[in-house]
Design a protein. Structure first.
Length: 331
């Protein structure tokens, strides 16, 4: 999908969610990451205007990019720009946690095509395992923690995993969730969590381990959780699709992915006939999220394509009608 088309979809989504919001809105949130060199910040914000609570990338002034830190609670004005919404009138009103000096634990981020590291983990039944144990199977890997109270985040991912468990052949596929709260989420806690989602341990593994090793592993996916007294752990989302050879085939950077689309993508990875419409929707949805960020998460890329096509066709029809009317008035 081209950038221009994706940006048109973003504009449409913003229009649908804004519900008549003005050009600027007041935002409250917590800074997850500051990209000072790009004058940008990733902020997990509360609902404002017509926008629901979510994690988004915002532009900053050079001054704000230099003074903001991870964990800062801020209040700011959101200004709409052509390329990226920006924050102005930024005020730091508190701190969620002490800023980390090593936000990614000084680890190298994993990329598609790389092999998962075989770190030692323990599953919900207290049995040790490594990712090498699942070679020969296609793996869906994600990150959760059992105390998550946001139904749009960890519980949603586990609900998706439940659907995958029901529909995928356990001899060919395996589901793995790794906790982001390894100190609290020990095997008995994970077993209770697994029971809530009817997880079959032979097909769906929920892992924990040494806290430092587990969090360093999550950091290699760009996920660095930190505690907040109001919402629990604040973290980004990333699900990885792992091929039978243990190499990363793809990433999904949202919690609201469609299980139907993921199943189609997994089938394509295994050279199994897949639903072509679901594959198109998978690719379009990923493209929209990549350009728009998490404000587009959970939307249907194919539906967005249809809506934009309808709007474009309507615009062309309107221009033709206006042109014909002007010609008639001149003659």
């Amino acid at each position: 999908m081209t950038f221009r088309f994706a940006f048109a979809v973003c504009a449409l989504l913003a229009a649908l969610t804004a519900s008549g919001a003005g050009a600027s809105q007041t935002l409250r949130g917590i800074v997850l990451t500051v990209l000072a060199d790009k004058q940008q910040a990733v902020v997990r914000h509360e609902a404002y205007g017509g926008m629901p609570a979510m994690t988004m990338l915002f532009g900053l002034s050079r001054r704000d990019a230099a003074r903001l830190h991870q964990g800062d609670r801020l209040e700011a004005t959101v200004e709409e720009r052509d390329d990226l919404e920006a924050l102005s009138n930024v005020r730091v009103i508190g701190t969620a946690v002490a800023p980390r000096s090593d936000p990614l634990h000084s680890v190298a981020l994993l990329k598609t095509g790389e092999t998962l590291p075989a770190i030692p983990l323990v599953d919900q039944n207290g049995r040790p395992f490594t990712f090498a144990d699942f070679r020969g199977k296609t793996v869906v890997l994600s990150f959760i923690y059992t105390r998550c109270r946001d139904t749009r985040m960890c519980p949603l991912i586990s609900a998706h995993f439940h659907q995958l468990q029901q529909r995928l052949n356990g001899n060919e596929y395996h589901l793995i969730e790794v906790t982001l709260d390894p100190t609290f989420d020990r095997p008995p806690v994970l077993a209770d969590y697994a029971a809530r989602f009817d997880a079959d341990a032979s097909r769906w593994t929920i892992g924990t381990g040494d806290p430092r090793a587990v969090l360093d592993f999550a950091a290699r996916f760009g996920i660095v959780p930190f505690p907040d007294p109001n919402v629990g752990l604040i973290h980004s989302e990333r699900t990885a699709l792992i091929g039978r050879d243990g190499r990363i085939a793809d990433f999904l950077d949202e919690a609201g992915w469609d299980p139907n689309n993921v199943i189609a993508r997994l089938q394509m990875m295994n050279d199994v006939p897949a639903n072509p419409i679901a594959l198109i929707d998978y690719a379009l949805s990923k493209g929209v999220v990549a350009v728009c960020g998490n404000e587009a998460a959970g939307t249907s890329g194919l539906l967005d394509l249809i809506i934009v096509a309808i709007i474009f066709s309507g615009g062309v029809w309107l221009l033709i009608r206006i042109g014909r009317f002007m010609l008639r008035t001149k003659t």
